[in-house]
Design a protein around this ligand. Structure first.
Ligand code: F6R
Length: 242
């Protein structure tokens, strides 16, 4: 595991953007795995700037997102499809048909088949990840066991409470999501975990300060991967005694 500690969030975003840019420059038609939530927003702003000002070319890149809420139409303001369109896809020169965000409405069995087909049909060069306070990665929530492949997941009360900040009311947060499985995530060549936001101390310690791998803390499965970058601020590192 390569652990990078930087002074502030924007420096972390610069490191994550560098890793994604390297993948695109090395292989202009590569596939990038993307995340939503607050953590990657600065990374997307930096990639958009590099596309606009430095000619970073996304015209042949493909993307696949980790997850989507079940029950939100793609055009819903809080769907992960519309988040990605707003934060990144409309800001860079990527053809829309090269972007894939799993669908959370309609026939979910059919949606899962199409998601699984896409995941097994190619290799992801770099997968960007955020960390849930309960240790979730994608929407793989803690439990007795984790799923390897793309599946539906019941969201934890803690995740619902945390994501309520994006909705008018906590009762409007979807209870289910479609997500890549932990096996899918571990298939990417390189993983970049950007840890940002409050309440993530225990999850970060389970990853960085313990040797244990447990489905009670899904993030600990990243220890099985041979090329994982963990990015955190100096403040968080000192709070957990890293
Ligand atoms: C989002 C995702 C989630 C988030 C996590 C952290 O696509 O897969 O695992 O990365 O919930 O969210 P933020 O960054 O909002 O704290």
């Amino acid at each position: 595991m390569k652990v990078i500690v930087k002074e502030d969030y924007s420096a972390l975003c610069g490191v994550a953007a560098d890793l994604l840019e390297q993948a695109v420059r090395a292989e202009p038609s590569c596939r990038l795995g993307l995340a939503t939530g607050s953590s990657p927003i600065g990374v997307y702003q930096e990639l958009s700037r590099r596309c606009r000002e430095e000619g970073l070319d996304f015209s042949r890149v493909h993307t696949v997102n980790l997850d989507e809420y079940v029950g939100l139409e793609p055009g819903h303001e809080q769907s992960y499809r519309s988040f990605m369109d707003r934060q990144l896809f409309s800001q860079i020169n990527i053809p829309r048909e090269n972007t894939y965000v799993p669908l959370g409405v309609g026939d979910m069995e059919k949606n899962l088949r199409s998601f699984r087909r896409l995941l097994s049909g190619g290799e992801t060069s770099v997968q960007l990840l955020g960390l849930g306070a309960d240790g979730h990665i994608g929407f793989n929530e803690p439990g007795d066991a984790l799923q390897s492949e793309a599946h539906l997941e019941e969201l934890d009360e803690r995740t619902i409470a945390s994501n309520a900040r994006f909705f008018a009311d906590a009762s409007l947060v979807p209870r289910q999501a479609v997500t890549m499985g932990m096996g899918d995530i571990l298939q990417a060549r390189t993983l970049v975990l950007l840890i940002s936001g409050s309440g993530k101390e225990e999850a970060a310690s389970r990853l960085l300060l313990s040797g244990e791998i447990t489905p009670r803390w899904p993030v600990t499965f990243l220890k099985l991967h041979r090329d994982v970058w963990v990015l955190l601020t100096r403040d968080l590192a000192s709070r957990i005694g890293y």
